[in-house]
Design a binder for this molecule. Structure first.
Ligand code: NAD
Length: 254
């Protein structure tokens, strides 16, 4: 299977190049780069900044870039549809709408976290948020100091899962900062707090705090390879699916 990497110069992109260069089932057929690429590529791999040339060289594309770059890629894919695994976070609703439109023409998998552990955590949260309804939900994430978006896409996905399970609109109940004399916590609010520092790959803690007891679930990503491997596995799975917008959980059995 011919796989193209969009964002190949980035932290995750480089790992994708590494994995795909020695994969049994996949071949790195093309990388899209705006300028030069300083990553070793297998022979025959196309290096281009031409969208249509890039798309034509691939059976599936894996995108780990930035929101504006993903928007551009999606607009070109709408002209020439091709399966897409997208891991870029911080996408605005307009970009997500483009993705939904494209998913009518080709299978797409979008996951703000490609790890199995977070997919499992998400599934557990649904049950806890419903059954432990008296608890206050607070989410805390920490990432490396270079991360650009906050809260992390994963934290927002986890918060969305909790909110939906309690029939709440996350945009109305999310609190992502507390400072000064703000008064007591309201019942429905969901705190989503971000820390940044060092080289932390990603840690998310979702807490359910009630009177007399609390539950905390923590996922630690100890290597970025987890995300890159997850995305490659997702691309192998995705090309066999019907046109639709999928999530990483759809690959698993819950
Ligand atoms: P990075 O900044 O190291 O890499 C970004 C890449 O995008 C670079 O190669 C850059 O050249 C490219 N790029 C930027 N603008 C572009 C444009 N206009 N056109 C084409 N390419 C462009 O970032 P990273 O740490 O590799 O993360 C990339 C994205 O993936 C971020 O949104 C991050 O939050 C997300 N991420 C997702 C997961 C997941 O599991 N879904 C895990 C880690 C990171």
């Amino acid at each position: 299977m011919k796989v193209g990497v969009f964002g190949a110069n980035g932290r995750i992109g480089r790992l994708l190049v590494e994995i795909l260069s020695q994969h049994q089932e996949c071949k790195l057929s093309a990388v899209f780069v705006r300028n030069k690429i300083d990553v070793a590529l297998p022979s025959g791999c196309l290096v281009t900044n031409d969208y249509q040339e890039f798309i034509k060289a691939c059976d599936v594309i894996i995108d780990f870039s930035l929101p504006e770059a993903t928007r551009q890629l999606l607009s070109h894919l709408l002209v020439s549809p091709l399966p897409l695994v997208c891991g870029t976070t911080g996408l605005q609703s307009e970009v997500l709408s483009l993705m939904e439109e494209l998913a009518k023409k080709t299978p797409i998998l979008y996951a703000t976290n490609m790890s199995k552990g977070v997919a499992i955590l998400n599934a557990i949260l649904k049950k806890v948020a419903i059954n432990f309804k008296e608890s206050d939900i607070e989410i805390c994430e920490i990432h490396h100091h270079n991360k650009k978006d906050a809260p992390s896409g994963t934290a927002l996905t986890l918060a969305e899962t909790c909110a939906k399970s309690r029939n709440l609109d996350l945009s109305k109940v999310r609190v992502s900062g507390r400072d000064g004399n703000i008064g007591a916590r309201t019942k429905d609010e969901i705190g989503v707090i971000s820390l940044r520092g060092g080289d932390v790959v990603g840690r998310h803690t979702v807490g359910f705090y009630a009177d007399g007891e609390y539950l905390e679930f923590t996922h630690n990503a100890t290597s970025r390879l987890t995300f890159a491997k997850g995305a490659v596995d997702a691309s192998i799975w995705l090309v066999k699916q019907k046109n639709n917008l999928y999530h990483i959980q759809d690959m698993m059995q819950f």
